[in-house]
Design a binder for this molecule. Structure first.
Ligand code: ADP
Ligand code: MG
Length: 249
């Protein structure tokens, strides 16, 4: 049994079957990549996992409990955090304040910007946020205005905002999209470091095969909304079905 078990998930948008009978099992403490051509249904699947979309049929079990019917914040409290395709940070706040907000959100079930005003009394949360900034090598930037950071640092901060919630499952939707090679490699290193430091499962959607093959223990290939192959990375490259799925790209 995986920490995440998706069974028979279907999702239609009008006449379009975005997900068709998706089965996926993600084992605890592994990095599981979900790849596939544009329009394959990767983001739709992720949105189902975080409760932003409700599938027409099927089941999604996380850590032994059903995710379906729960609101995104409740799923977040169950231990699933998501890194968005574009960084979602609060530009007007400092780096440290940005990391505090998800700490409050995990505890209170809501993102409250005004919580920052109450921050000083929260010794345990402050220590957690500081440790997180040390872990991602951003402690020297703690008082920096977030909007003025480089793209790579914004991505790193956003990762810290997810990790500070101590998720059991981290979902990443194209975490290196639009990055230059150097930032991509930094992100790979950061994810490897995080993986080495704590018990965490990652499900990563990624176009960049260099990222996928650097990180993944297992790979699921989605095509036209349906899993085509699930295998170890070394068996994916030469798989003729996978090549065929990408030919249309
Ligand atoms: P991927 O992330 O693999 O590129 P998506 O999950 O974004 O693919 O999309 C899968 C298919 O579903 C695409 O054909 C897309 O156009 C369609 N789709 C996604 N979201 C919606 C939506 N909210 N309404 C209608 N069609 C959608
Ligand atoms: Mg997508």
């Amino acid at each position: 049994m995986g920490i995440l078990e998706v069974k028979g998930v279907n999702k239609r948008f009008g006449g379009l079957q975005a997900l068709g009978n998706v089965n996926l099992s993600v084992k605890e403490n592994t990095v599981h990549a979900i790849i596939g051509p544009n329009g394959a249904g990767k983001s739709t699947l992720l949105n189902v996992l975080v409760g932003k979309l409700i599938p027409d049929t099927g089941s999604v079990m996380f850590d032994g409990q059903s995710v379906l019917g729960r609101k995104p914040y409740q799923i977040n409290q169950m231990g699933i955090s998501r890194v968005f395709q574009t960084p979602e940070i609060f530009g007007d706040l400092t780096v440290f304040e940005n990391v505090m907000i998800p700490c409050f959100a995990k505890r209170d079930g809501a993102f409250k910007l005004n919580a920052v005003g109450d921050m000083l009394g929260q010794k345990d949360l402050i220590e957690k946020a500081e440790q997180m900034l040390i872990d991602v090598n951003m402690i020297d930037k703690r008082n920096m205005h977030s909007a003025s950071m480089s793209r790579g640092d914004k991505r790193r901060l956003e990762m810290a905002m997810c990790l500070v919630q101590e998720p059991k499952l981290l979902l990443l939707d194209e975490p290196t999209a639009g990055m230059a090679r150097a930032d991509t490699n930094n992100t790979i290193d950061l994810l490897k470091e995080i993986k080495a430091k704590r018990d965490i499962t990652m499900a990563i959607i990624e176009h960049d095969m260099h990222v996928v093959f650097s990180l993944a223990d297992r790979i699921t290939v989605l095509a036209l909304g349906t899993p085509l192959v699930e295998d170890a990375p070394e068996n994916i490259k030469g798989n003729p079905k996978v090549r065929e799925a990408y030919l249309g790209e």
